[in-house]
Design a protein around this ligand. Structure first.
Ligand SMILES: *Cc1c(COP(=O)(O)O)cnc(C)c1O
Length: 368
């Protein structure tokens, strides 16, 4: 196996336990995007075994995969455009989110034909201007009332735009707007079983927003929602679950003055040993991190030299390295460059680094 992603499921279990020890609310484990690249089914099972009560995904396909794997936990899919396979969703007891009368009508129509009462969560836009009911709220509320017998109102929810900036007032404004919507809903006699507003950042820093449930994503994977604004994962006693290893395809001597890789983008200043690592940008390593990070071997860091290629990259092992072709190096995580260092090098966020690791890189699970 020339490269693999190692997932420490006990880290995920401990991270959930850590967050649960700080909050009183139920935890919904967010496992969209193949559990942030960590693997949908193993992570979902671990999350449920570790005290998460709910699972949440963006896509209906993701929810269906969970049910097909025999996972029966309460499950919410929140990104379903019109004309999805709602029949399947309802038959599999998947909770759906509605942000418009149009979608509400379609789901009720489908449910009516099947004779199933759909379990719905109303999403309200409290400031992010992404999903959620906004200008249509009054009509939406009326529609919800008029059709009260045709669905179960499970949740009212919204999403923070700036919870990773704990000093920003914007989250308080969103919270206020959320409570206003809840009051109006209750005033109309509609009482959701649960209300949920917090992502990881709010779960970690904003107690007033925990409500009945928090939707825990990045923190469960042991990463900080915003390293600059909130500090790294260790600030919250969280441990990254993902690390990446790859084999050295070749080790060879090169001379000072040699230009390495496409474009000859980097010229060696000393004689050294180069290691050709069997992993590249098609595997999800960001090409924009070329020259800025590297790998670790035998407790030593070895910097990337030249540009990352599609399937491989080259590192400077140093003239005295004992590394040999076939040895594994740590590309990311554990004793290597951290996911956060890769993210900074590529001028992006840790979320993007972990979710972009390609499916052709196998995931190997570890339960310490
Ligand atoms: C992705 C997502 C989350 C989780 O966000 P984190 O910052 O990873 O905790 C929560 N809620 C919704 C609606 C999401 O799309």
């Amino acid at each position: 196996m020339r490269a693999f992603v190692q997932i420490d499921l006990s880290a995920i279990a401990e991270n959930i336990a850590e967050v649960r020890s700080r909050i009183d609310s139920t935890v919904l484990a967010v496992v969209k995007a193949d559990a942030y690249g960590h693997g949908l089914i193993p992570v979902a099972r671990t999350a449920i075994e570790s005290g998460a009560t709910w699972l949440g995904v963006a896509l209906l396909e993701e929810a269906i995969s969970l049910r097909d794997a025999g996972i029966e936990a309460p499950l919410l899919a929140w990104l379903t455009p019109p004309h999805e396979d709602f029949e399947r969703a309802l038959q599999l007891n998947i909770d759906l989110s509605v942000s418009s009368i149009e979608l509400f009508e379609e789901i009720l129509g489908c449910a009516g034909r099947l004779g199933i009462k759909p379990r719905l969560h109303f999403e309200v836009d409290t400031g992010m201007r992404r999903g959620g009911v906004l200008g249509e709220w009054t009509e939406f509320l009326q529609y919800a009332l008029d059709n009260r017998e045709r669905y179960s109102l499970v949740g009212l929810w919204s999403h923070f735009a700036r919870a990773d900036e704990p000093d920003s007032d914007f989250s308080s404004i969103q919270e206020e707007s959320f409570h206003q919507k809840l009051v109006e809903l209750n005033g109309a006699g509609l009482r959701p079983e649960i209300v949920h507003l917090s992502n990881s950042a709010a779960a970690l820093t904003r107690q007033s927003a925990h409500l009945s449930m928090v939707r825990l994503g990045i923190a469960m994977y042991g990463l900080s929602p915003d390293v600059k604004e909130m500090g790294g994962a260790s600030t919250f006693n969280l441990r990254p679950a993902m690390s990446i290893k790859a084999q050295l395809h070749l080790v060879k001597d090169a001379k000072a003055g040699d230009a390495v890789g496409y474009g000859g983008a980097e010229v060696l200043t000393h004689d050294t040993k180069l290691g050709v690592v069997a992993m590249g940008y098609s595997d999800g390593l960001p090409r924009s991190a070329s020259n800025k990070v590297g790998v670790a071997f035998d407790g030593q860091r070895a910097a990337l030299v030249g540009r990352i290629s599609m399937d491989q990259c080259v590192v400077n092992l140093g003239p005295d390295s004992r590394a040999q072709a076939g040895d594994f190096v740590t590309v990311m995580g554990s004793e290597g460059y951290s996911i956060d260092e890769w993210a900074a090098a590529a001028q992006t966020i840790n979320y993007e680094i972990v979710t972009r690791i390609a499916s052709r890189v196998p995931r190997i699970y570890q339960l310490k």
